[in-house]
Design a protein around this ligand. Structure first.
Ligand code: IVH
Length: 680
């Protein structure tokens, strides 16, 4: 074969493999083989630069940066869409257009995902990609050809002419949506964060930013892709008469087309399908802000005409928004049980997906600094599923200059004591053990079910008792009189209370009394020492036997216990060294709250002997205590934190950071089923 023929053959092969890889997601050769073909092509082009045509696969990386984009007049208007917010809006649309043309009553409807990306227009002459533009104002867009060439899902030459025996139009102009898949977006942000660079707000902005900047090399580094859905102009090709045929035709030509689209005989079925995707939207690999419902018959759709730039023949059925912008009026700081200070945004009230949102988390002070979030900023807020609404970042373009830079507090907002920072942690802490804000959370934790389990001591009563100065630390609970409690009970909002105050007080006193006989492990848990959860508390209880011994333990003694690392050990020593806590212990002892460590008896032998387990997430049937008991009764050991010594991580739903840690250390990960199988 002569070099020229080989050259043409290589080009065809590379285009074909590009199509397999980027459009069909089904490559049939390896990356190495692909690179070999590409390198051979490059060598030939180096010898014969005059052979290079614009459709050469080597030209993906694009031309040099320019200082601005040229304008491109679209061959036909690039239209927008009217919105429908819910099924009734969609039905009203149908009613309106039925009045214009009664053929609508028998019309079919195509439903497609409405991708939240960037609308782009692609021009092909004799099958070769010659120009690509943004939508612009719908009449004139910007020529971003060089950038678009770097998107591998955009064929530089219409790929499958021979196999499908489809005539290639002399001139074809199509429209699609360019976007960054969610996973790629997250990956990109993760890398930027690691490199200490500014992260992006959302996939849409990233895609738009990557395409509307002048350096194609930067676009090439963003894993953008696209899906096409419309023919703007066609000469000499097939002329589909329905939207469904358009999708099939574009697909047959070798363009990437959504596989989520469906055609329905009536609007109700189209609506029902749309609503199923509202619930499943997280399954889509890209962000969709709704579904587009289109009249299938293109003639009918065209005859229906427009309202402004919106064709009457289609409607955007919007999903409830998850991301909205609103004004951040202020930044507040909440104090948690361990004294950790958490900043939150006080927002101009805004509806997100049917819920009014006035507060959103700002994660931590580093986050505010990184994103440079200022009071008065317009911010992007997201609320999805059950997670607490959170601020994504500021809309810096909307700044007026009146926004105020945020300076984190140097003192605790509740007790005004100086705040502290521990090495290796992002959080700031109020370390004043007598801080009233912490005290509320502390008491709440002390009386909780996994700790001292004091029934009837709800947050409202706790707040009243603290306010009245009757509770200054958790030990004061044991000194409360019936009168003290009555006072707090009558003071609290009793609208919803059914029982008389006297009964409430008696029940509470009884519950406080019962709690005196809780186990040592529970008391250690209840103390709320930083890093000590129920599992470590159990280990500490059985190792030391009583609080006197534990309070005297040094960092080295503590680290003898499996699962207690240097940080937790130091946290324990620090806790027992504080005068305030010493006082609390003294008072607890005096009140008779001084349990002895439960002998765990001789270590049980069993199928799990010698194995160490860490549990994370919610297991299908076993509770936290249940799984611990199961493992221990079979001779195994349960610890709180993952280390190289961990034999297995038992993984449940919604796991915490332990999962990542186990993965990174190569610890074996099993589920409840497999755990049971280990025992046989
Ligand atoms: S059809 C007449 N279909 O949504 C055709 N638009 O809010 C009008 N979009 O500007 C557009 N996915 O950028 C259509 N499957 C889809 C779409 C889609 C996303 C975008 C498009 C448009 C915007 C209108």
């Amino acid at each position: 074969m002569d070099t020229k023929s080989r050259y043409e053959e290589l080009k065809s092969q590379i285009h074909f493999h590009n199509y397999r890889y980027h459009v069909l997601d089904a490559p049939i050769i390896s990356d190495v083989e692909f690179d070999k073909l590409l390198n051979e092509l490059k060598r030939i082009e180096a010898d014969h630069p005059d052979w290079i045509t614009p459709d050469s696969p080597t030209l993906r990386a694009g031309a040099r940066p320019a200082d601005r984009f040229d304008k491109v007049r679209h061959p036909a208007p690039i239209l927008s869409l009217a919105n429908a917010f819910g099924a009734d809006d969609a039905r009203a649309w149908l009613e309106r257009i039925s009045k214009i043309d009664d053929r609508v009553e028998k019309a079919k409807f195509v439903v497609e995902p409405k991708i939240d990306g960037l609308s782009i227009v692609l021009h092909y002459r004799d099958g070769v990609f010659v120009q690509g533009a943004t939508r612009g104002d719908g009449e004139v867009g910007e020529d971003i050809t060089s950038n678009l060439r770097t998107i591998r899902a955009i064929p530089l030459r219409i790929p499958v002419e021979r196999s499908k025996k489809l005539p290639i139009p002399n001139y074809l102009v199509i429209r699609g949506e360019a976007f960054l898949p969610i996973q790629e977006f997250e990956e990109l942000n993760r890398k930027l964060e690691e490199a200490g660079e500014k992260t992006y707000l959302n996939p849409r902005n990233t895609a738009a930013g990557s395409l509307r900047q002048l350096d194609p090399a930067l676009t090439a580094s963003r894993p953008l892709t696209l899906l096409v859905y419309q023919i703007i102009h066609s000469d000499g090709g097939k002329a589909p008469t329905s939207q469904w045929e358009i999708l099939e035709y574009l697909k047959a030509l070798g363009f990437p087309v959504t596989d989520v689209a469906k055609c329905f005989d009536n609007l109700e079925s189209a609506i029902a399908y749309t609503e199923t995707w509202d619930k499943k939207r997280d399954e889509l690999p890209y962000e969709a802000d709704g579904m587009v419902i289109k009249i299938d018959d293109l003639n009918l759709a065209a005859e229906l005409g427009f309202v402004g730039k919106d064709p009457r023949g289609a409607i955007a059925f919007k999903f409830p928004a998850r991301e909205v912008t609103t004004t951040l009026n202020n930044i507040g700081v909440a104090v948690g049980r361990t004294g950790v200070l958490t900043p939150y945004a006080v927002l101009e009230a805004v509806e997100i997906g049917g819920v009014i949102v006035e507060r959103a988390t700002l994660h931590n002070f580093d986050f505010i600094a990184e994103k440079d979030i200022r009071a008065g900023d317009r911010v992007l807020v997201k609320r999805a599923g059950e997670v607490i609404p959170y601020v994504i970042g500021p809309v810096t373009d909307a700044r007026t200059g009146k926004e105020k830079k945020y300076i984190p507090p140097k003192t605790c907002p509740a007790c005004k004591q100086p705040v502290e920072h521990f090495e290796g942690e992002v959080a700031w802490y109020c370390v004043n053990a007598a801080c009233p804000a912490q005290l509320v959370r502390n008491v709440e934790h002390f009386v909780s079910r996994g700790a001292m389990d004091i029934v009837g001591l709800g947050i409202k009563i706790v707040e009243k008792l603290i306010e009245a100065g009757l509770v200054k630390d958790v030990a004061d609970i044991y000194g409360l009189s019936r009168e003290d409690i009555l006072e707090a009970v009558t003071k609290k909002d009793r609208k919803t209370e059914k029982e008389p105050p006297g009964k409430v007080a008696d029940n509470l006193l009884a519950s406080i009394e019962t709690s005196k006989s809780r186990s040592l492990a529970r008391l250690i848990t209840a103390l709320g020492i930083h890093g000590v959860g129920e599992v470590s508390a159990g280990d500490l209880a059985s190792h030391f036997g009583n609080l006197d011994a534990l309070s005297k333990a040094g960092v080295d003694d503590l680290q003898q216990i499996e699962g207690i690392g240097p940080n937790i050990a130091e946290g324990i020593v620090d806790w027992f060294s504080r005068p305030f806590n010493k006082q609390v212990l003294k008072k607890l002892k005096a009140a008779g709250v001084w349990p002895k460590g439960e002998e765990r008896g001789r270590k049980k032998e069993g199928a799990l002997s010698g194995l160490t387990f860490v549990v994370t997430g919610t297991l299908p049937t076993l509770t936290r205590d249940g799984v611990k008991e199961f493992i221990e009764s079979n001779g195994g050991k349960v610890t709180d934190s993952v280390s190289k010594k961990t034999s297995y991580l038992v993984l449940g739903a919604e796991p915490g950071s332990k999962f990542e840690k186990a993965r990174s250390l190569g610890v074996k990960i099993i589920g409840e089923e497999e755990l049971k199988k280990l025992v046989g």
